[in-house]
Ligand binder design. Structure first.
Ligand code: ZN
Length: 165
């Protein structure tokens, strides 16, 4: 399967070199969430705007390793213009893909474990490229950083919590 791994590596590098939706949005009306991964020093700032149950706009800033930044770029491209419920399903699917190995490590996320989700590569599209990360457990938090920030942002918006800024 060397061909597939090469393809996945290309997808990740492409998002790292040409990040999608890079920038900032005005807060408010946008909501701002910061994520930090002390294990690697990755920082991701997610700006998201939700109108009528749809993620109408999304921007990413911050800095960090190629996995964290590529994952944030792929997250933004996948979630933008999707209904919030579809975004939540993607978060669950992505975290399930990433947690398959994390659980066996007895990680500190064990108590926040999501319900099992059947992950089909077709559902995740390009995100499947990040599957290879599970072979490098220290990088899993790099890949999930922006997704956790997105989940926090959607929760805060749903609860009417003001942005952290
Ligand atoms: Zn990292």
């Amino acid at each position: 399967m060397a061909g597939l791994e090469d393809l996945y590596r290309e997808i990740i590098l492409d998002h790292y070199r040409s990040p999608r939706n890079r920038g900032e949005l005005t807060v408010p009306p946008a909501h701002r969430v910061e994520g930090f991964n002390p294990l690697c020093g990755d920082e991701v700032v997610v700006y998201l705007q939700v109108e009528d149950g749809v993620v109408t706009d999304l921007a990413i800033s911050g800095q960090g390793c190629s996995i964290s930044q590529a994952s944030a770029s792929m997250m933004s491209a996948t979630v933008k213009n999707k209904p919030v419920e579809a975004a939540r399903t993607l978060i669950r699917s992505f975290k399930a893909m990433m947690s398959i190995h994390e659980q066996s490590l007895g990680g500190d996320d064990a108590d926040t474990k999501e319900e099992p989700v059947t992950v089909s590569p077709d559902d995740l599209g390009e995100l499947a490229a990040l599957q290879g990360v599970v072979k490098f457990p220290v990088r899993i938090k790099c890949a999930t950083l922006s997704w956790n920030a997105l989940a926090q942002g959607l929760d805060e918006i749903a609860a009417g919590v003001p942005s952290t800024s």
